[in-house]
Ligand binder design. Structure first.
Ligand SMILES: C[S@@+](CC[C@H](N)C(=O)[O-])C[C@H]1O[C@@H](n2cnc3c(N)ncnc32)[C@H](O)[C@@H]1O
Length: 478
């Protein structure tokens, strides 16, 4: 079962711990990190020493043991830690019937909630849960977060709380205010708070508010971001930061869902998917949408598969944005062929067998078949070049025939890679002649890149489907 994390408030009624032993003491101590007081159902004469101390300090109030409906009703939560199976089951049953959240240590079948591993920084709490599957993993995550999170993080939260109202009065809600706070948490006021310089932090934050309100509403901007070929681990750190800062994300159909997991939760996600023959949102409409949102002060992420400036109409988008005077930044991504080379462990250049790499579109701008009229294929036929074809699945055989006609060796190796970096990545090796004559034997599906040249014949890492030539097939079946 997957559980949903929430943070409970203990303002109305104290939580209730049932039991008077060591286990109950541990749970009461945990709750007292956030609750002003805890009620305890236990026999007063049989309290563990720690509980007795907490009672003496006025932090724990003892109620009669064996609580019933009246004691459980309206509790924010109940922990039954009597270490008596029957009694814990009885308490859990009443709590569940009343709809009161209940936990019984080490009895998940009786629990309606699990206690998370907690990293505590005062106002800032990080709760880690594994839906009961891996408590040791939760502990490891906690240890890691303990190291990563500044011990004085609470000071930053307190500073924000102190200035929250003043910021709300001075800066309009929406992107302006959000960007302001993002700047604060990355800026000198937060650093001063972390360094323990409380008055410095207040002064710096006050100055930042003055500056921001004098500057007027935040200007929107567009980030053209490369999402890489699909595996989110191939995103750059800058791309992740952009996704986390976006108000709106316009994404292409080649961008995998796992990449969008890195988006800010509140970001508006707009698919503007473009695949061959399916221009669901025309380019002009995409340009207009980016301009409109940026002019409204939003941070717009235009998320494109691979690299935004390789066969992605990124140039047209840049021109439209510049023409409208919109601030724009380009964040590069790993283009499909470079990711394919890495996955195959095949170099695109090689000092002995390939001195150039040419990226070519398998489609002409408006039509189906590429004319290659601007490309001197015969100049590249010398056997020392690598040709990479994008968007070439349906025209692969035409491309191969044109290369042969331009003087490329018919036994030149070809490697096609589908769905590079994704769980369904597939590689197929063949030759120019086979591809020209029998393209269907590759069983190629989009998206795929095709590598042509000697490097494509080098030994690849991982499984490769091989399309045997007809002479090879004849030999195999002789
Ligand atoms: C419109 S282009 C975009 C290229 C993209 N900007 C890049 O740098 O990879 C689309 C083509 O990129 C290639 N492509 C994109 N992602 C791919 C992937 N994960 N696996 C294989 N090819 C991919 C395919 O050739 C596809 O037809």
């Amino acid at each position: 079962m997957h559980s949903f994390p929430i943070f409970l408030s203990f303002d109305r009624k104290p939580p209730l711990v049932v039991g008077g032993g060591e286990l109950a003491a541990v749970k009461a101590r945990l709750l007292l990190k956030r609750a002003r007081s805890v009620d305890l159902s236990a026999a007063e004469g049989e309290l563990a020493p720690e509980l007795a101390l907490l009672v003496a300090a006025g932090l724990v109030t003892v109620l009669a043991p064996k609580p019933g409906t009246a004691e459980l009703r309206g509790r924010p939560l109940v922990i039954s830690a009597t270490e008596d199976d029957a009694e814990d089951a009885r308490v859990a049953a009443i709590a569940r019937a009343l709809g009161v959240p209940v936990n019984v240590p080490d009895r998940p079948e009786l629990c309606s909630f699990a206690l998370p591993a907690i990293v505590d920084r005062g106002q800032v709490t990080v709760a880690i849960g594994t839906s009961g599957t891996a408590p040791v993993l939760a502990q490891r995550l906690r240890a890691w977060l303990e190291r990563e999170l500044h011990p004085r993080l609470d000071a930053v939260a307190k500073l924000a709380a102190e200035f929250r109202e003043r910021v709300a009065e001075r800066l309009p809600a929406g992107p302006s205010r959000r960007h302001f706070w993002e700047g604060v948490f990355d800026g000198p006021a937060a650093r001063a708070a972390l360094d323990g310089d409380e008055s410095g932090a207040r002064r710096l934050l006050g100055e930042a508010i003055e500056r921001a309100s004098a500057a007027g509403p935040a200007k929107g901007r567009v980030l053209l971001v490369g999402a890489g070929p699909g595996d989110p681990e191939l995103l750059t750190l800058k791309a992740v930061r952009a996704l986390k800062s976006a108000d709106v994300i316009l994404y292409d159909h080649l961008v995998g869902m796992s990449v969008l997991e890195y988006a800010r939760r509140e970001a508006e996600l707009i698919p503007v998917g473009k695949s061959k023959g399916d221009h669901s949102v025309p380019q002009e409409a995409i340009n207009a949408l980016m301009v409109e949102r940026a002019e409204a002060g939003q941070t717009v992420v235009r998320l494109k598969g691979g690299d935004p400036l390789i066969f992605g109409r990124g140039g047209e988008e840049l021109a439209a944005l510049r023409e409208s005077g919109i601030e724009v930044e380009v964040i590069p991504g790993i283009t499909a062929s470079v990711a394919a080379a890495a996955s195959l462990q095949i170099p695109l250049t090689h000092r002995d067998i390939s001195h150039t790499v040419t990226f070519v579109s398998g489609h002409a701008a408006g039509g189906e078949e590429p004319s290659f009229e601007h490309l001197d294929l015969s100049a590249l036929a010398g056997g020392q070049n690598t040709l990479v074809i994008y968007m070439g699945v349906s025209t692969a055989s035409v491309v191969a025939a044109k290369l042969i006609a331009a003087g490329w060796q018919s036994d030149c190796p070809v490697m096609a890679v589908e769905n590079v970096s994704r769980s369904n990545e597939r590689r197929v090796a063949t030759t120019l002649a086979e591809l020209a004559a029998y393209p269907e034997r590759l069983g190629l599906a989009s998206p795929a890149v095709l590598l042509f040249g000697k490097v494509a014949g080098l030994e690849a890492a991982g499984a490769v489907d091989r399309v045997l030539s007809l002479p090879e097939l004849r030999r195999a079946y002789a």
